[in-house]
Design a protein around this ligand. Structure first.
Ligand SMILES: [Ca+2]
Ligand SMILES: [Ca+2]
Length: 315
């Protein structure tokens, strides 16, 4: 009898553990019908359906229509360790990811499958997560991944999601980025003379993040990124900026890439001969209206053209 009793207890504990895990591996959703061109302001709309679902299932287990709908997933995200995280959202059509009310990934607009990323410092614990998604016509897709120094890029597992986020936003973790920024809020139609302006804010950033972890507004601002680039080998290097709107890249305070003026995403390049060691690197960028983007790449001895890796940048 005693043994039977123990096995019942063990069985109950086991089932209890399973039940808890299942209940946590779901996120709340609100589903909205209607044609949109961007992730809508969900607060202004009335959902056609609400509930909870395992992971970010953009078909809602087959309950969603095939076209012309949007979903607001909302709940909690469990983070195991303090770190700076990069989040990736690949979607068809548009998506936006907020963590602790900060816009981390902006992948909005009507488009085929496209991936965008953004970075945020997160302390261990539960964080508030909101993921907006919409599907216009044709194909549809939605994948959310993340990475940090502790693990390589992987899909956010269902086990990390909770139906309800924390009531209060956890305080931001003050991890330094590898680069510095000065951010200026004003309307520009070409790069300003930054030396005559007072920055709206400044601080640390990771590489050339024009969203500044969600701190930048959507339009009418400029950023001066600055720091050092580590060069491993003497030789001639080509730098590239692909930007919307204008940008300029300077090495050791000399302009190498000139890509100024209002324009959609456009790439320009320039060459410079560098010795092995650390060199000053600055990238100036501004966003006027509409779309915005910035990619900074380089090529050189033994380096095929690629985005400048985070590991080569320091403050
Ligand atoms: Ca689509
Ligand atoms: Ca623009």
């Amino acid at each position: 009898m005693k043994n039977f009793g123990w096995s019942q207890v063990v069985c109950c504990l086991f089932l209890g553990a399973c039940f808890v895990n299942t209940a946590h591996a779901e996120i709340a959703f609100d589903y909205y019908t209607g044609e949109v061109q961007n992730v809508p302001d969900f607060a202004a709309l009335k959902p056609a359906l609400s509930g909870k679902i395992a992971n970010f299932d953009h078909t809602l287990g087959g309950m969603a229509a095939e076209e012309n709908y949007s979903i607001c997933f909302h709940g909690g995200l469990t983070i195991e360790k303090d770190a700076r995280y990069t989040f990736f959202v690949a979607s068809d059509d548009g998506s936006k990811l907020w963590i602790d009310d900060k816009l981390v990934v902006d992948n909005d607009g009507a488009h085929g499958t496209e991936e965008k990323s953004g970075k945020i410092n997160l302390a261990a614990g539960v964080h508030k997560l909101v993921l907006g998604f919409f599907q216009g016509g044709g194909e549809r897709a939605l994948t959310v991944s993340y990475e940090c120094a502790l693990f390589p890029k992987k899909a956010v597992p269902a086990e990390a999601l909770l139906e309800k986020g924390p009531d209060a936003i956890p305080p931001a973790l003050n991890l330094p980025g590898n680069f510095s920024y000065e951010y200026y809020e004003s309307e520009f139609d070409k790069l300003p003379d930054f030396s005559t302006l007072t920055p709206t804010s400044k601080g640390d950033c990771d590489g050339f993040d024009i969203l500044l972890g969600g701190k930048a507004r959507g339009e009418n601002y400029a950023i001066r990124f600055s720091g050092m680039i580590k060069i491993d080998k003497d030789g001639e290097y080509t730098f590239f900026t692909n930007s919307d709107d204008g940008s300029r890249l300077l090495v050791d305070e000399k302009a190498i890439v000139e890509n100024d003026g209002d324009h959609p995403a456009e790439e320009k390049d320039g060459k410079v001969t560098l010795t092995a060691g650390s060199h000053k690197l600055a990238v100036l960028f501004y966003q006027h209206g509409g779309e915005r983007s910035l990619q900074v790449s380089y090529s050189g001895p033994d380096i095929e053209k690629k985005p400048i890796p985070d590991a080569s940048l320091t403050k």
